[in-house]
Ligand binder design. Sequence first.
Ligand code: SF4
Length: 172
Amino acid sequence: MKRLRISGIVNDSIVDGPGLRFTIFTQGCPHHCPGCHNPQTHPLKGGKKISIKKLYKKIKENGLLCGVTFSGGEPFLQAKTLLPLAKKLREDGIEIAAYTGFLFEELLNGKVPEGKELLSQLDVLIDGKFVQKLKSLDLAFKGSSNQRTIDVQKSLEKGKAVLSKDPRWNKN
Ligand code: SF4
């Protein structure tokens, strides 16, 4: 059975995307952005493991969700494990968003194993490292102004990053 290494989960987040969201904080991050709010998620061997089956069950138990968000840590380090979960959620019509310290272009070009496959299951990607000097509290659902809120399906269609125009993701 596939098991994901996580730092934690929140089943009623209102800060990781629009509406009520189930957020999975994956464990392990190679980016080490100065000023990161979740330094406890950096060690690759920290956190705890949870089966994908159990995570899926927990998500489905909450009937009020507007979406699921993969956060971290760096979710794309565990793209292979997240992939079957993302596929199932997509089949169920649940909006899936992910945060990443990688750039969309890097994921598209195969920098991370299975990264492109995971990308193909997402609706929204917030990409790029957190940059302290570009930090702003006015940004919707992201920490610094270099980070992009990307419409993943449109971007894959065009072969380049297309910013989301969804007002739910852009409201301040
Ligand atoms: S990518 Fe995210 S979790 Fe990783 S160091 Fe940067 S801000 Fe922290």
